[in-house]
Design a protein around this ligand. Structure first.
Ligand SMILES: Nc1ncnc2c1ncn2[C@@H]1O[C@H](COP(=O)(O)OP(=O)(O)OP(=O)(O)O)[C@@H](O)[C@H]1O
Ligand SMILES: [Mg+2]
Length: 471
């Protein structure tokens, strides 16, 4: 079976013939080999794909936006005219652009599907996130160029490939809308030779041949049925017909000869990322202390976790675990609000704290000259999610305290002694980083995607504290 080969048609210049190229290439490829599944995805904003491929008055199953938002490919693919499958463009692409902030969304969706054959992606005349997704998934990028401005625009495509670490071998320019009636004196005899010469001069590779500017092609868009007709059925006997046929053969041969597939590469990279993600998760999980340091309740079991509300880790990652909701809350109320009485879980203040803690990072650390005449002071900071300090407070660390007629190790000592001290000697450079958990599965915080955010915040806050050392 023909493993999926993705051809993206892209140029930042508008009106260079991208959609004409993408749609006709799909039809010529299908005509070349009936067995070959050919699929067309459109990000175009003229919605020509619908006019060209929709069978009768069938209702669209969905569009490219649905695919990017997670709808399975199989639920969206439609079989259209000329045996080409397609997914139309969406009128809401712009409104969602800010939510798609990665360029591998489409590649991952395709890599996770069982789509075969050749997939052609038509793009808009901009390097927006949708075009980036189409480029990221591509085995072959065809860049139609018709003049010097469209050639200059190629630089950005090459830069995108450079930035993403993608092979630029997949990029190929194709002179399009070439006026074959124009002839020049000098080394370049016509517009095709000129554009091709300029391209090669700039180090760009070109496909063989070109697509000429043809009144026939222009006329295929305008007819009483409101359809767009393909060159294959309505432009036989023209030069553009031969040019499209030649182009389709090149693409087909390239696809057959190419042994490595981009989507397969994406799939393998994903697998590696998943394996590393699992490994990192288990490494972090193995390091967790099992009990809440303050009350001693076991929160981490071999295969499961008790619900817990706060995650802590030392700044060097050596000691980490969870804290019971009530324990941490009581600690903060005792030392920051000087509450002496037992905290009632239904107290509205507790609710307020619990809610605002979701958007905070808490830090407990040593002061610089913290050991004075038998007492030791710690600093307790609260930062917001942007890393701005909300408050800080110096707290005396007492080993014992009498609470509700019981005398024993203080809650603060229980927390600090196991994290900020080694056998009662302060580990000066360490601080304790505490974050409220926002999930019913506390261990989710250990997953790469969540932990990375935590780690970045910890480093950012750490760097602020070392610039502005704890006094
Ligand atoms: N080979 C050709 N000969 C003559 N006209 C053409 C040819 N190719 C495309 N055109 C015409 O040029 C116009 C622009 O073509 P097309 O829509 O394919 O460009 P595009 O690059 O997709 O544009 P956009 O960037 O706006 O999406 C259309 O009217 C189309 O009919
Ligand atoms: Mg277009």
């Amino acid at each position: 079976m023909f493993e999926p080969y993705v051809v993206t048609v892209s140029s930042e210049k508008g009106g260079v013939g991208k959609t004409t190229l993408a749609t006709n290439l799909a039809i010529y490829l299908k005509a070349l080999n009936e067995e070959l599944p050919v699929t067309l995805f459109s990000f175009d904003n003229h919605f020509s794909v619908d006019r060209m491929f929709r069978l009768g008055r069938t209702k669209p199953k969905g569009d490219m936006l649905d695919l990017l938002c997670g709808t399975p490919l199989a639920d969206l693919l439609e079989l259209g005219e000329y045996g080409v499958q397609f997914i139309p463009s969406s009128r809401k692409l712009e409104s969602i652009a800010h939510r798609i902030n990665r360029c591998d969304v489409l590649a991952k969706a395709l890599a996770g599907s069982d789509l075969k054959g050749i997939i052609i992606i038509d793009t808009r005349p901009t390097l927006d996130i949708f075009t980036q997704n189409a480029l990221f998934a591509a085995d072959r990028v065809i860049v139609p160029v018709k003049d010097t401005p469209s050639l200059e625009n190629c630089r950005n495509l090459y830069d995108f490939f450079e930035d993403q670490g993608l092979s630029k071998r997949s990029l190929r320019l194709l002179p399009c809308l070439i006026d074959s009636r124009v002839h020049y004196d000098g080394p370049f005899k016509n517009a095709y030779q000129l554009v091709k010469g300029y391209a090669i001069n700039r180090g760009y590779r070109c496909l063989e041949g070109y697509i000429a500017k043809s009144p026939k092609v222009e006329s295929l868009n305008t007819n009483p049925e409101g359809k767009i007709y393909p060159v294959l059925t309505h432009g036989r006997g023209t030069n553009v017909h031969l040019q499209f046929a030649h182009l389709a053969r090149q693409v087909f041969i390239n696809a057959k000869e190419e042994t490595q597939r981009r989507l397969e590469q994406v799939r393998q990279e994903n697998e590696e990322i998943e394996q590393n993600r699992d490994k990192n998760f288990l490494t972090r999980r193995d390091l967790l202390l099992h009990d809440c340091l303050i009350c001693g309740r076991q929160l981490v079991h071999h295969n499961a976790m008790e619900p817990a509300s706060y995650f802590y880790t030392t700044s060097d990652g050596q000691v980490a675990g969870f804290l019971d909701e009530a324990c941490f809350c009581a600690l903060v109320f005792r030392h920051c609000y000087h509450t002496q009485k037992k905290i009632n879980a239904t107290d509205p203040l507790v609710d307020l704290f619990r809610e605002s803690a979701l958007r905070s990072y808490f830090i407990l650390g040593h002061t610089h000259d913290s050991v004075t005449a038998g007492t030791h002071n710690l600093l307790f900071y609260r930062f917001d999610e942007e890393g701005f300090e909300i408050s800080h407070k110096s707290i005396e660390l007492r080993k014992t305290e009498t609470r509700f007629l019981n005398k024993g190790p203080s809650a603060l000592y229980r927390l600090a002694s196991k994290t900020l001290f080694h056998e009662d000697t302060p580990i000066k450079e360490r601080f304790l980083f505490i974050r409220r958990i926002n999930s019913e599965f506390p261990e989710d915080i250990l997953l790469d995607e969540n932990y990375a955010q935590l780690d970045a915040a910890m480093h950012y806050i750490g760097s602020k504290l070392s610039l502005n050392p704890m006094d």
